[in-house]
Design a protein around this ligand. Structure first.
Ligand code: FES
Length: 125
């Protein structure tokens, strides 16, 4: 079967070793024409390529809870309901204006107790 590639630049930050965030590029081979969610892509990178990548793989996976919120190509979006297709290039970082970065794509949402404020940070596609 023909393979195609998704290129993802993902922001990395580990406060124990990094002074500033930096980006790591991953090239992921996928089946031609097969789209997936950004959350599935990040999970694939974590499970198959780089176990050091930190992200939240919890909650609903149906676009309700906002636990998967990430900054995707400059917009805060739910990673579980944002799709990516072969040939796409995307930049992924922790959600902005939501709370402090714990590590890589993980935000401390506990610092932002107002769910309405989290919802307002989500961009409309
Ligand atoms: S996992 Fe709940 S909105 Fe994405």
């Amino acid at each position: 079967m023909k393979k195609n590639v998704i290129t993802a630049k993902i922001q990395r930050f580990n406060r124990k070793v990094d002074k500033v965030p930096w980006y790591q590029e991953y090239k992921i081979e996928v089946e031609d024409r097969k789209s997936m969610s950004v959350l599935e892509l990040v999970k694939h990178i974590h499970d198959k390529i780089d176990r050091t990548l930190a992200y939240r793989n919890v909650r609903c996976h149906i676009g309700v809870c906002t636990a998967c919120l990430m900054n995707i190509n400059g917009k805060n979006l739910r990673a579980c309901s944002t799709t990516v297709s072969p040939g796409d290039e995307l930049t992924i970082g922790p959600a902005k204006r939501t709370g402090p970065v714990v590590r890589d794509l993980v935000i401390d949402f506990g610092m932002m107790r107002d769910q309405e404020a989290i919802d307002e940070s989500i961009e409309k596609r």
